[in-house]
Ligand binder design. Structure first.
Ligand code: DX5
Ligand code: ZN
Length: 231
């Protein structure tokens, strides 16, 4: 199992990439220095949209791994335990599931570990953060959804900022390194705040790929996350 970066990482989400040029677009952000590539899998049930399955993941993980990167798979699907082996086989380094979809969450996180992946757990903005308290003992990544999952390009929900210090504290309570990730509405206006509030993996979809030059947008976000003023 590969150790995740505990450094601050802007993680481009391919949800907003041009799916017809996926390898090229992923290559652009890897060239710019991205090391965590966020991969959103949606089933049209748990969330309204369908994106893609393990084949798409398999088609880009060789590229990600060649550059020393991590494939961060976020499963927004019902019954994720039925599919995690396929995503692990497709080259996922981390697999994150929602507490809302996992009645047997401990078993699911264990199954992700058994497949050699880092196990992540996340929850929707209106799910009490206390739902993570137990799960945090078994997870390697705690992901704070800062929008309702399902679409790129939504506005950041400011109240979710309060949840990041709670998650950071849960992460710090573990002997092993645990990452705190944030996902949704992260862009130039919010990235410094989410970093300050406790997240070290900062997912950005539209702020990277809905721009003319994704590599430049990635680099600017890295600089803003570090607290530098806009260039
Ligand atoms: C939303 C997804 C996000 C999405 C974020 O359901 O989980 O990863 O790509 O997109 P932006 O950064 O545009 O809010
Ligand atoms: Zn996501």
């Amino acid at each position: 199992m590969r150790e995740w970066p505990s450094s601050v990482e802007v993680a481009p989400s391919i949800l907003s990439a041009d799916f017809g040029r996926m390898r090229e677009q992923v290559g652009e952000v890897l060239d710019a220095g991205a090391r965590v590539i966020h991969i959103d899998v949606m089933d049209g049930h748990f969330v309204p949209v369908i994106t893609f399955g393990p084949k798409m993941v398999a088609d880009i993980t060789d590229l990600i791994h060649d550059r020393g990167g991590f494939a961060d798979v976020h499963l927004m699907i019902e019954q994720p335990e039925r599919h995690i082996d396929q995503f692990a086989a497709a080259g996922a380094d981390g697999i994150t599931v929602h507490v809302e979809t996992c009645p047997h969450l401990h078993r699911t996180l264990q199954a992700i570990h058994d497949l050699g992946c880092r196990a992540g757990v996340t929850l929707n903005p209106a799910t009490p953060v206390a739902a993570l308290e137990e799960a945090a003992r078994y997870a390697d990544v705690l992901l704070c959804m800062s929008v309702n999952p399902g679409f790129g390009g939504q506005a950041f929900i400011p109240a979710t900022l309060d949840r990041l210090p709670v998650m950071r504290e849960l992460a710090e309570g573990r002997a092993e390194p645990v990452q705190v990730e944030v996902d949704g509405g992260v862009g130039p206006a919010t990235i410094a705040d989410v970093h300050r509030a406790g997240a070290n993996i900062l997912v950005a979809g539209s702020a990277v790929f809905s721009t003319p030059v994704p590599g430049d947008a990635y680099r600017e976000l890295v600089s803003l996350a570090a607290g530098h003023s806009r260039v």
